[in-house]
Ligand binder design. Structure first.
Ligand code: ADP
Ligand code: MG
Length: 157
């Protein structure tokens, strides 16, 4: 079964983020979303769309590259964690990351491989750079029909 989504612009990736955020918010469950992929693959672009579901302006997302955890007092609380700056040695003990992950809020984590361990029940999304404007995105942890609904939504304008 092909679970790969192709986006042809940053806007489409942002819209995919928005659609997944809306789906998880509607389900009303605590959710952790682990994002994987190289620099420039589209993770932060995706988070901008996702965060917009919580009323967070896209320009605020990822605006300070030195911030590891951006905490938003939304309902439910939203946490954008970016582990890029941790370097190659996963060293997360002192950051209290697992407290955020287990808080019952919605948590999106860039460079989640640096966590060392995948959070229980987390969704995982892998981004691959295909060419200038094209990205291959694979979402694991949602149902096939939910995935198809997301694919339809990103093509709508
Ligand atoms: P990451 O967080 O994975 O390092 P970013 O989202 O910060 O990546 O950067 C992705 C860059 O690629 C942005 O400049 C964005 O405009 C550009 N881009 C071009 N096409 C796409 C696409 N289809 N999806 C996401 N980003 C894209
Ligand atoms: Mg990023």
């Amino acid at each position: 079964m092909n679970r790969q989504i192709i986006t042809s612009s940053a806007e489409e990736t942002e819209r995919l983020g928005h659609s997944l955020g809306a789906l998880l918010k509607k389900k009303g469950v605590a959710a952790t979303v682990c994002l994987y992929g190289d620099l420039g693959a589209g993770k932060t672009t995706f988070v901008k769309g996702f965060a917009s579901v919580f009323g967070i302006p896209a320009r605020e997302v990822g605006s300070a590259s030195f911030v590891i955890v951006a905490e938003y007092e939304t309902a439910p609380p939203f946490y954008h964690i970016d582990l890029y700056r941790l370097g190659d040695e996963p060293c997360t003990e002192d950051l209290g990351l697992w407290e955020y992950i287990e808080s019952g809020g919605v948590v999106v984590i860039e460079w989640a491989e640096k966590l060392g361990e995948m959070p229980d029940g987390a969704l995982s999304i892998t981004f691959r750079h295909r060419d200038e404007e094209t990205r291959e995105i694979v979402i694991e942890g949602i149902e096939q029909d939910e995935l198809h609904a997301l694919m339809r939504e990103i093509r709508k304008s």
